[in-house]
Design a protein around this ligand. Structure first.
Ligand code: PGA
Length: 251
């Protein structure tokens, strides 16, 4: 049985004071929900403060990205080692906003995966097709390419610490969620590739769905056999909606 894993991606929102406040609220609402892993991913600037606010709780902190390079002369970048030292345990990599707005290639995402693992961070590797790619019938080909390149060269031990997030680009921040069946079709394909790459470990790797997950649609998604949690954007910005998503089906 895979333990559900729900992560909140706060994106470029919340000044430090508001990030601390939301972390404390999430802690209160979510702290006691059993049998699931929960992480919140604030901006780099708020990582330390949020990690301190969550101190004794089981909720973990993650970064939204890390550098493809080691520490050194890379102005503006944050290395995986620095992220870890600030209190992060997870890091989101290959998010579609980084791929499509900042122009990150599969090769860059792959380099970041290596740095994250070397620093002991648990990566959440995002994959997903654009609307054009879906309409052209290329969904599985795109997702397979992103997945294989992202995971290339990882040991079985690294794979065991990795989460995959399937996030169809057309569903992110649009309110247009994939149907549970559409999502499950892709998750099942990802599961097959993960088993090819990792053998039995592939069965244990969690695959989150992301893209307009809300309290009123999470139930149908969570009922699917290969959907093991969610990567939540907009609905992670209030403790109420995030805790409802986290708590779905618990207890
Ligand atoms: P959304 O974002 O829930 O606001 O669609 C999800 C994500 O980008 O991870």
């Amino acid at each position: 049985m895979r333990r559900p894993f729900i992560a909140g991606n706060w994106k470029m929102n919340l000044v430090v004071r508001d990030a601390i406040r939301l972390a404390e609220e999430v802690c209160e609402c979510v702290g006691s929900i059993p049998d699931r892993d929960v992480a919140i991913c604030p901006t780099f600037v708020s990582i330390s403060a949020v990690a301190a606010a969550l101190n004794d709780s089981p909720i973990r902190v993650g970064g939204q990205d890390c550098s493809q390079w080691n520490d050194g002369a890379y102005t503006g970048d944050v290395s995986a080692t620095i992220l870890r030292s600030a209190g992060a345990k997870y890091v989101i990599l290959g998010h579609s906003e980084r791929r499509h707005v900042m122009g990150e290639s599969d090769a860059v995402v792959h380099a970041k995966m290596g740095k994250a693992r070397a620093a002991g961070l648990k990566p959440i590797l995002c994959v997903g097709e654009t609307l054009d790619e879906r309409q052209a019938g290329n969904t599985l080909a795109v997702v397979e390419r992103q997945l294989r390149k992202g995971l290339e060269g990882l040991t079985h031990e690294d794979l065991a610490e990795t989460t995959v997030a399937y996030e169809p680009v057309w569903a992110i921040g649009t309110g247009e969620v994939a149907t549970p069946e559409q999502a499950q079709e892709v998750h099942a394909a990802i599961r097959t590739w993960l088993k090819e790459l990792g053998g039995p470990i592939g069965e244990d790797i969690r695959i989150q769905y992301g893209g307009s997950v809300k309290p009123d649609n999470v139930g149908g998604l969570a009922a699917m056999p290969d959907i093991d949690g969610a990567l939540v954007g907009g609905a992670a910005l209030t403790a109420d909606s995030f805790s409802t998503i986290v708590g779905f089906g618990a207890g």
